[in-house]
Design a protein around this ligand. Structure first.
Ligand SMILES: Cc1cc2nc3c(=O)[nH]c(=O)nc-3n(C[C@H](O)[C@H](O)[C@H](O)COP(=O)(O)O)c2cc1C
Length: 200
């Protein structure tokens, strides 16, 4: 299926070089519709996440999720700060992303566990965009509370949360959030890619 960049994204984002439209189109809206998504849609997102590359193929990522209208929703919802609660209340799913700190095969520290979970999260976010959904990452929550409330063992690091769901109308957000509800910009390629040495 051909994936097209929306007019909104086309207007806001001007890539310096040609890239796949899905990558340019993914952004993190706060307006969600309040609708549920199906279990099979949700599993498609985790399926995308699981195909991320990882050091030794260790797959350190784990996703602890709660669907709205379930007993688990309040537990995950209560981890977030007021700001994030104010817009995630209309998401369909909340998730906490954690990484196994050590390799399973030898229990030695996995120095790229966080890096690899980041890759899995981006796979999930791109798959969401492809399916007409949105996934919005969050650090604005209580990491220690997450560990206890969700029984996360010490062998895992709590990385981030995500709100997932169907995109909603910008007008459903509080005024000050409406102004920020747009695809964001990026540093230039020149600033992030350095030939030969740092700063080169
Ligand atoms: C790990 C992580 C934590 C984030 N924390 C929050 C958050 O707590 N609240 C929020 O509204 N947005 C949060 N964001 C969204 C970022 O602000 C957003 O990804 C960034 O501005 C780039 O914009 P884009 O995703 O729309 O392209 C977070 C994103 C990531 C990846």
């Amino acid at each position: 299926m051909e994936f097209k960049v929306s007019d909104e994204v086309k207007k806001a984002r001007k890539p310096e070089y040609n890239i796949h439209p899905l990558i340019l189109s993914r952004w993190s809206p706060r307006a969600f519709s309040g609708e549920e998504i199906t279990d099979s849609q949700l599993m498609q997102l985790f399926e995308a996440a699981k195909w991320a590359p990882s050091s030794y193929n260790a797959q350190p990522w784990r996703f602890i999720y709660a669907k709205r209208n379930t007993e688990h929703w309040n537990t995950l919802f209560s981890l977030m700060g007021e700001f994030n609660q104010s817009w995630t209340k209309n998401a369909a799913v909340l998730a906490v992303i954690v990484s196994r700190k050590n390799f399973e095969h030898n229990e030695k520290p996995n120095g790229t566990a966080n890096f690899d979970s980041g890759a899995a999260w981006e796979n999930l976010a791109l798959q969401a965009e492809y399916m007409g959904l949105a996934a919005h990452g969050m650090a604005g929550f209580d990491y220690e509370k997450a560990r206890t409330a969700l029984s996360i063992p010490d062998t895992f690091k709590v990385e981030a949360m995500a709100a997932i769901g169907k995109k909603g109308k910008k007008e459903s957000l509080p005024k000050e959030m409406q102004e920020r509800e747009a695809p964001s910009q990026r540093k230039s390629v020149k600033e992030i890619a350095m030939e030969g040495k740092f700063g080169g």
